[in-house]
Every structure is written in structure tokens, then in C-alpha cells.
Design a protein around this ligand. Sequence first.
Ligand SMILES: NC(=O)c1ccc[n+]([C@@H]2O[C@H](COP(=O)([O-])OP(=O)(O)OC[C@H]3O[C@@H](n4cnc5c(N)ncnc54)[C@H](OP(=O)(O)O)[C@@H]3O)[C@@H](O)[C@H]2O)c1
Length: 309
Amino acid sequence: MKRVQFNQYGGPGEMYMGEGDVPPLKRDQVRVKVRAAAINPLDWKQRQGMMKLFMSREFPKGMGSDFAGVVEAVGEDVRNVDVGDAVFGTMEATKPGAFAEVLVTKARCVVRKPAQLSFTEAACLPIPAATAWAALLVKARVSKDSRVLINGCTGAVGSIAVQLAMAQGARVAGTCSRASMPGARLVGVDPVLDYADEGYRQRVEPFDAIFDTAGTLDVGDGLSMLRPAGVLVDINPTPRRMMRGMLSHRYKIAFATMGTQHLPDIATLAAEGALKATIGLQRPFSDAVATIAEAEQGMRVPGRVVLLF
Ligand SMILES: NC(=O)c1ccc[n+]([C@@H]2O[C@H](COP(=O)([O-])OP(=O)(O)OC[C@H]3O[C@@H](n4cnc5c(N)ncnc54)[C@H](OP(=O)(O)O)[C@@H]3O)[C@@H](O)[C@H]2O)c1
């Protein structure tokens, strides 16, 4: 089967469309024929070697995490999905490989796709929604009437975070670029703040939770915008920030993996229309290598880039 792969860590030039073997199925795994796969910043960070401590030593390695498709086979312990089900999900963090005609992943990383969602829409949800869930509901415990600031409120994670916070009854403020401000206002973010004007940090009323999706907030600045019991959540930690996150009650680190167990709840909210990812661009899988490189190099599209099979 065709898949995007690389033989060594490095820049976009390391990726190529290769032939891979479909891995044998373990008892707790599912095999999925991929119909759509969404590109996340994680994909090129893994290829650049930023996660190499957590990855296997084997090469070539596949790329891609988030997908939607149809189950072809299930291991003998699998109970949550059946052969023939339309599903969406993500790869194990240590074993990317969704940019492939066929993939094998843990059954706990997939969930049945609600009929209301297309394969493309469903493929955009797993990492952004699992991350937003982990940050807002697990780490920051956002609830009705919480006042929340989302730094980067129009990105893939940020826009899902806005919807998730609003679904809890929270009041949501957000930062984004000037160009993205009308879209943020349209979905009810209030106030919408221009991240280029850092003076907003002194002007805003304090928040119960701040979710820094962009990784651009200085930790001290973030903490200064919080109420005394408020929480700042970061998803772009450096080793130093990781250490700080472990020692602090007010500054916390979240990862998508902490939210994967909530994929069934995410599917339910999406089926109800309360969670919707924005699709920016759809390209055929045959153009995957060029498309990933463009996304990595900062191609600006208003939403997620999706590969179609
Ligand atoms: N820890 C984890 O498990 C985890 C999971 C998912 C993502 N992440 C990381 O989180 C980051 C965001 O991911 P994503 O998929 O949401 O990316 P994305 O869709 O590219 O969104 C990035 C957002 O950041 C905004 N932004 C850019 N510069 C900013 C600044 N100086 N201040 C505030 N906002 C700024 C952008 O706004 P404009 O478009 O308006 O400029 C955009 O809304 C990536 O670095 C990704 O690797 C981590």
C-alpha cells in the first residue's frame, strides 16, 4: 500500500510517497481503509525529530495521525467497532501512519463516525478536539459561567476549544490575527483581541482559565491575567516549561493523548452539531508530500488541510 514515509529525521525533503507493508493486526488493534486524513503540526514535528525520544527506532517511518475511514479487520479483543463500520480516530502518538491507504491502530484510538459527519469533517476532529478536551475540561475544569481566554482562537485546536467551552456554558474571549477577527466574532467570541497588540494583556478583566494553543504567551503574562484560582494551560511546552508544569497548580501542560479516551463524547457533541471543524483545503492523497510541505511552510488557509483517498 502507498504511504507517506521518511528514512531519517529532517526537513520536508525527507518525505516521499513509498510502498509500505500493512502491519500484522494485534488483538487490541483495528485495520482501517483510509478515506480522509487531516494534517496537524504534529506531523512535521514528528518527522523533524522533535518527538524522537518517544518514537521507535525503525525506519522508514510513516507519517500522519488523524483519519477517517472504514474498518477492514478487528483484533480478537476489540469490542467498540466492527468490520464495515465508518470510523474516525488517531494513531498512537509513537506510531504515526495515517497518510496511508491502509493503517493499523489501537481500537481505543477510534470511534464510530456519526452519520451526520462526512469522512473529511470527522478526520479533522481527533487531535484538535482531544487536546481541547484535555486542556479545558480535564486540566482547567472549565464549567458554566467560567470566563475563558483562548490564545489562538481561530486555529484548529483554538476553534474547537471555543466551541467546547461554549458548550459548557462558559464565556469565551480569544486572540487571533487581525484577518481572523471577523470569523471569531461571528461564532460569539467576545472580546476578540488582536494578538499583535500585546497591550490587551494589561486591559482585560481576569480569567478563570487561559488556554494558550499557540504557545506564544509568556507564562508570567498568562498568570497575571488569571483570577487567584485560575489556571493557565499550555500545549507547546519546552523541557523547562514541562518541569514548571509539574510543580505548579496554576500552570499546566496538556497533551492530545490525555483526551483520546473522550473520543466517544467528542463524536456525540459533533453529531449534535456542537463541535465542528473548519475545513480549509482538500487535496488528493497523490499530492500529499507537496501539500504537507506547503502546510509546514506556513500556507495560510482558513481551516484544516485534508488529504482525500
Ligand atoms: N500538546 C499537544 O498534544 C498538542 C496537540 C495539538 C496541537 N499542539 C500544538 O498546538 C499548536 C497549535 O496547533 P493547531 O493545530 O491549532 O495549529 P493551527 O491550526 O495552525 O493554529 C494556530 C493558531 O495560532 C494563532 N497564532 C499564530 N501566531 C500567534 C500569536 N503570536 N499569538 C496568538 N495566536 C497566534 C493562529 O492565528 P491566525 O491564523 O489568526 O494567525 C492560529 O489560530 C501547534 O504548535 C501544535 O503543534 C499540541
